[in-house]
Design a protein around this ligand. Sequence first.
Ligand code: NAD
Length: 300
Amino acid sequence: MPASVIDGNKISQEILEEVSQEVASLKGPKPTIAFVRVGEDPASVFYVGKKQKVAAQVGIESKLNLFPKSCTQAELCAAIDVLNADPAVHGILVQAPLPDEMNEQEVFNRVDPRKDVDGFCRDNLGKLCQEDDSGFVACTPAGIVELLKRSDVNTEGAHVVVVGRSLIVGKPAALLMIKKALPGNATVTVCHSRTKDLGAITRQGDIVIAAIGRPGLITGDMIKPGAVVIDVGINRVEDATAKKGYRLVGDVVFEEAAEVASQITPVPGGVGPMTVAMLMSNTVKACKSLQGEQSLAGKL
Ligand code: NAD
């Protein structure tokens, strides 16, 4: 296997250590994040539980707000309004997916942009477009940038092929890669479900970011020799030999791509832990900026 493995567990631990030190140095109330979960979807229960555990490890307080699957969008938005107005809450995360009857983007847009640590509301997506660093960048694409930065991947003038155009991964990842700063300054191609001859395009990529949600869609022959491969996909595939009856795989056939790539992220242990680390980093940023606003208001 010629590719070196980009270790997301290790890099995320470095970030969490930095966040932990920053939290310890803060004066005033501890950074606090409110999680909003609707229903009992097992993946959502797992992800929120994991984020709460990591928050506790770095000294961030968390509050869990649970709602039954039967709650209405209006009820959920009213609860978000309460969290928006609560000065003790610095970050708000609404765990997706929400019930089908709800308009997820409308709910995300309800979160006060200053507390939108997930970076999903329109103000923060707009700030990303405008390269305004005061906004919050969605945690998964922000984590991809950190992985590249801390693995010494040079994006200057590189051809980055992003596969996937979702609002939470593909689009913001593409915007970050065309940003007029490093890591960025790349030439970006975005592929999606209507792209013709995907392999012909991914084979041109110096860096391939796969955020599709289709196990093993990207095979080794779709990767240019020496390319860097970032696999965002998290897919469950049945595996009778595994304890749980399934295992997690990415969108890339790891064993094949690792034969041709120069660097590659594994699944699990690549982008996944970075997402949680960047959420903690965003929460500290929100806390600092809100406390700055409050102390300024106190002086006026
Ligand atoms: P999504 O379903 O919102 O978007 C998938 C994208 O893939 C779409 O834009 C679609 O156009 C594209 N696509 C689908 N089929 C395609 C094909 N055959 N060829 C080319 N493009 C195709 O998914 P998402 O929320 O962006 O998530 C993508 C994957 O990343 C999922 O596996 C998800 O679980 C994973 N994910 C991981 C993390 C993490 O922390 N590691 C975070 C978010 C999402």
